[in-house]
Design a protein. Structure first.
Length: 168
């Protein structure tokens, strides 16, 4: 079972990814982090039954949350600043990550490549999704592809940065 930590479940893509993950039999959503809606049940935000009763945790408690919940992988659709902090914390704690946040700096992307190589933690960075997010049908398609990406990266042991072209 894939143990998933979700960053940004209150945003439009975060809600969609949360809903799709909760409905997927191969994924167990074990935690959700944001800077708003703290302690609100995830199922209340996404409108889908959550068998574990996950509540939104504050992102400032990320390292503690990772130690407590032991996720296999995380998915992040937040802001560039939050993603940069979240992804570094995840990788340093050997948690794989799928990054869907746009607007990441080149300096961050270069640094994350070095960290991935050093720690041996595979990640997926979704760079080509800006146009897809703008229409509801394309957003749903992107969401399903992100779920496939979560499954791919969670099962791999190869230390590398994947892209959307790696996902069937």
């Amino acid at each position: 079972m894939i143990r998933l930590l979700i960053f940004g479940p209150t945003g439009s893509m975060g809600k969609l990814i949360s809903k799709l993950a909760l409905e997927d039999s191969e994924i167990e959503v074990i935690a959700a982090c944001d800077i708003s809606e703290i302690t609100v049940p995830l199922e209340q935000i996404v409108g889908t039954k959550d068998p574990h009763g996950i509540v939104i945790n504050h992102a400032k408690n990320l390292e503690e949350l990772i130690k407590k919940t032991n996720p296999t992988i995380a998915v992040d659709f937040t802001t560039p600043e939050a993603t940069e902090k979240n992804s570094i914390t995840c990788i340093e704690n050997n948690v794989k990550i799928v990054i869907g946040t746009t607007g990441l700096s080149d300096i961050f992307l270069q640094g994350i490549l070095l960290l991935v190589e050093k720690k041996g933690v595979p990640i997926l960075i979704i760079k080509d999704q800006i146009e897809m997010k703008n229409q509801a049908s394309n957003r749903e398609s992107l969401g399903r592809k992100v779920i496939r990406g979560i499954k791919l990266v969670s099962k791999t042991k190869e230390s590398k940065i994947y892209s959307m072209s790696d996902i069937s």
